[in-house]
Design a protein around this ligand. Structure first.
Ligand code: HEM
Length: 489
């Protein structure tokens, strides 16, 4: 995080003490409350096949109590070996130190996403991944972020206008609202500001259709549950390919529209990918037309549902802890005084950022990461054979009893600027190492700016009789949505 404000030495010392004192007080207060919604661990004596069967419906229900405190574990299912890396040193080994051995996504992940993303950088590996990452990264650099932030706040202002006309006694589904908002933002970021909500929604509808037909797309299958693969029938596979083709056609049409009016000075990801296609890119490897399309789909898929879910969880937590909502709105009033936030304001909204980061600790939008070992290795005392699938679960790491104080409680103060940062191999909502999320800063700024714009005008409250539950598929979201009423401020 940048901290643009220059403080005197004594102010820095005072702030440091303040933030740490605030954390100590907040931890004490939080532990007097029942923690926000969590998942009941499975009984220790349940067999692996039974646990894996449960994983078909909810991946998080496979974890036992002891998985929240162990460092590694090993599983074998038919012919597939798995090693769970559940400590900072083992995560560091897989994601950083031995990256070249573990740069491949698991075969299940590749099978699930390749029909849609083709050779897109989310699923590719080796030289192709390196080349694409180099080509796409400049489009998301810090220099271009302020421009994207304007798109974020303009899009959130549109949501404010829609909410203003919504009857305050009629509930909205906050998960759907956040999905519309982030689709609008990522759609305009990728394709330009004249992208309509209808176009963005068409892409989202295409993804939803794809997910529905893809027999591989749920997290349980991502772990390689063989009986599910056996169930996958050819008709379903054909439908998956058909829905992927539909997404490709929608994106191709938008790209065609762009090509016909390119050079009008509008900044968008597709514009800079296409520039890379024309001028040979920054390393002499031009991106082909198909590569531009595939990477546009990657950006849309990777940057849409993740941020929407993180924001939905923020609203749930801010309703669960009204004092946190009051502190957040106080910060917004002090810093913004009712105006629309800008890029520079993000550094001045530390509590808002802390709420967003703590929400992603408790409910990491991507709760499970998996890789396949190319060669043999040893992780702590576990033998890794070529082909072994390595699992890293941000869900488990973020609630690990030996790594966090009050791991199940909502305490945004953990992320205040003067409190020591959690280790980056312990807190990893965006993953870590060379394959870290390419939209990490984008996603953080988007989260803070959307919260800041909306919470200035509204205090959303959950319907009193609604029981929030966790649904874990590819991403982690509130099951069945989040019915809330919008209380204008
Ligand atoms: C809160 C929001 C977000 C979260 C929590 C998040 C999380 C993640 C995670 C955990 C990964 C690694 C996946 C894996 O290794 O299996 C990832 C990869 C990626 N993310 Fe994000 N993401 C977010 C927003 C975004 C946005 C807004 C964009 C684009 C603008 C984006 C683009 C990407 C790309 C391109 C990759 C693939 C990187 C690679 O494999 O080299 N993400 N993200």
């Amino acid at each position: 995080m940048d901290h643009d404000i220059v403080l005197s030495k004594s102010e820095v010392i005072a702030n440091k003490a303040d933030d740490n004192q605030r954390l100590a007080d907040a931890l004490k207060r939080a532990q007097c409350l029942e923690p926000p919604v969590r998942v009941k661990p499975v009984a220790e004596n349940e067999g692996i096949m039974f646990r894996m069967h449960r994983a078909q419906h909810d991946l998080l229900s496979v974890w036992r109590e002891k998985d929240y405190s162990i460092r590694t574990s090993r599983m074998k299912l038919l012919n597939q070996d798995y090693v769970l890396c559940n400590s900072p040193d083992t995560v560091r080994r897989v994601f950083l130190e031995q990256h070249d051995n573990y740069d491949r996504k698991s075969p299940q992940m590749r099978r699930a996403l390749e029909p849609l993303l083709d050779d897109g950088l989310f699923v590719s590996d080796g030289d192709l991944w390196r080349q694409r990452r180099r080509q796409c990264a400049p489009s998301l650099t810090n220099a271009l972020l302020p421009g994207f932030c304007t798109t974020m706040t303009a899009s959130a202002e549109e949501t404010v206008r829609q909410w203003t006309h919504h009857p305050s006694d009629a509930p909205i589904d906050m998960l759907t609202e956040m999905a519309h908002l982030t689709a609008r933002i990522i759609g305009r970021t990728i394709f330009g500001d004249d992208t309509t909500d209808e176009e963005a929604e068409q892409v989202v509808a295409g993804f939803t259709e794809y997910q529905r037909h893809s027999e591989h797309l749920d997290m349980a299958n991502m772990l390689g549950l063989p009986f599910l693969s056996l169930l996958g029938n050819p008709l379903r596979r054909a439908r998956t390919r058909y829905s992927a083709k539909q997404v490709h056609e929608i994106i191709d049409r938008i790209i065609d529209r762009h090509t016909s009016r390119s050079g009008q000075g509008q900044h968008s990801l597709i514009e800079s990918f296409m520039a890379s296609m024309k001028d040979g890119g920054n390393n002499g490897c031009p991106m082909g037309r198909k590569a531009v399309r595939n990477e546009a789909i990657v950006m849309f898929m990777a940057g849409h549902e993740t941020t929407a879910n993180a924001l939905a969880w923020c609203w749930y937590l801010l309703d669960y802890d009204r004092q946190a909502m009051a502190l957040l709105q106080q910060e917004l009033d002090d810093v913004l005084g009712g105006r629309t936030p800008r890029y520079e304001d993000v550094a001045k909204l530390p509590y808002t950022m802390a709420v967003f980061e703590e929400a992603m600790r408790l409910y990491p939008p991507v709760p499970m990461l998996s890789r396949q070992a190319r060669g043999a290795d040893q992780i702590r005392n576990r033998e890794v054979r070529p082909g072994t699938v390595l699992l890293v679960s941000p869900w488990l790491m973020h609630r690990h009893r030996k790594l966090w104080e009050a791991p199940n409680h909502f305490v945004p103060e953990r992320f205040l600027p003067k409190v020591p940062r959690p280790d980056k191999f312990t807190y990893l909502p965006f993953s870590v190492g060379p394959r870290v999320c390419l939209g990490k800063r984008f996603g953080l700024y988007e989260g803070v700016l959307c919260l800041a714009t909306l919470a200035q005008h509204f205090t959303p409250t959950l319907l009193p009789d609604h029981q929030v539950a966790i649904e874990c598929r590819l991403t982690l979201r509130p099951q069945g949505g989040l019915p809330m009423k919008l209380q204008p401020r």
